[in-house]
Write a protein that binds this ligand. Structure first.
Ligand code: NAD
Ligand code: FES
Length: 293
């Protein structure tokens, strides 16, 4: 069992949980993810690590209550525990392998969209701790849905905020703000984008115009997380890749986002079915929808 040390609401339906997981915390690096289960009957949910502290033995996850299983995770209270937290999984971000002198010459731009802002944080923090400045754009629907702004301000060289409705910062999409920064003469060696698939697709299309290398972190549907089931497959540069063991980060200019989004939609239908079954159970009806009794 993995006790929840702290639980905090970041925005409507978005919860931060600090989990006691010393072995994961000691081995974790930026870019990696964990697979969690709220209880033995829950589905396995992959979550990119939002922070880790080896000394404290803790790992931070940020979950948006969307489907049945994520709602179960978010319903747990501080003092209760997750049944499973497996990790760290996947490859760390490429920059952690770069020699320090090369790394210090590079200027990174990170783009976090909505809940995807949380996993941007450990990457920018790691670079900051290694003497590398990075600019960050955080995008959200409105001021209320912005997360991680204070934490990011403490580690970013420059923090830019974009809201769809203009209630804070730049009014518009992160891609419009990206175009503005480039038009103003800002130079970047690499862009890292984490957020909704549609955002990552359009960030990659935008940066392609400028020949700006772009890395994206794919939150594909996962089942085993070991490269055996194929659930997390995506097409990158025309080849099938497994997000769990070969990702989660890939070259954004090579990812087939349209296919990845179609697969997410397929999954959403299954989630809706599971939600309907859970609602029937809660209402005390015998399940008529199928799947299980
Ligand atoms: P959202 O819909 O509020 O979008 C966040 C920002 O992305 C917007 O403010 C906008 O600036 C930008 N954006 C959205 N659509 C765009 C478009 N067409 N072109 C350019 N920019 C666009 O975000 P949300 O509701 O928090 O998104 C949740 C999604 O993020 C979920 O689908 C979740 O699966 C995903 N997510 C991904 C990761 C990851 O590791 N990749 C991590 C957490 C969450
Ligand atoms: Fe099964 Fe990746 S989750 S292969």
């Amino acid at each position: 069992m993995f006790p929840i040390l702290e639980k905090r609401c970041l925005a409507e339906g978005i919860w931060l949980m600090k989990i006691h997981a010393p072995r994961v915390a000691q081995a974790a690096l930026p870019g990696q993810f964990v697979i969690v289960r709220a209880d033995e009957r829950s589905e396995r949910i992959p979550l990119t690590i939002a922070d880790f502290d080896a000394a404290e033995g803790s790992v931070v996850i940020v979950t948006q209550a969307l489907g049945v299983s994520t709602r179960k995770i978010c319903a747990l209270k501080a003092g209760e525990a997750l049944t499973d937290l497996a990790g760290p999984l996947g490859h760390p971000s490429e920059f952690v392998q770069l020699p320090p002198e090369e790394l210090r010459k590079r200027h990174y731009l990170f783009i976090g969209g909505g809940v995807g802002t949380a996993p941007v944080y450990p990457q920018v923090k790691w670079l900051h701790e290694h003497g590398v400045g990075a600019d960050v754009i955080i995008g959200a629907k409105n001021r209320e849905m912005l997360i991680y702004t204070d934490e990011m301000r403490a580690v970013a060289e420059n923090l830019y905020i974009a809201t769809d409705d203009g209630s804070e910062g730049f009014k518009g999409l992160v891609t419009q703000l990206l175009e503005k920064l480039i038009a103003e003469g800002r130079h970047y060696d690499e862009c890292v984008a984490i957020g909704p698939m549609i955002m990552m697709k359009f960030v990659a299309l935008t940066t392609q115009k400028y020949g700006l290398k772009t890395t994206v972190s794919l939150n594909a549907l996962m089942v085993d997380g070991t490269g055996m089931c194929g659930a997390c497959r995506v097409t990158v540069d025309g080849h099938t890749r497994f997000t769990c063991v070969e990702g989660p980060e890939f070259d954004g200019h090579q990812v087939d986002f349209d296919e990845a989004m179609r697969r997410q939609e397929m999954y959403r239908t299954q989630e809706q079915r599971a939600a309907a079954i859970a609602a029937e159970r809660e209402a005390g009806h015998q399940c008529k929808i199928g799947l299980d009794k």
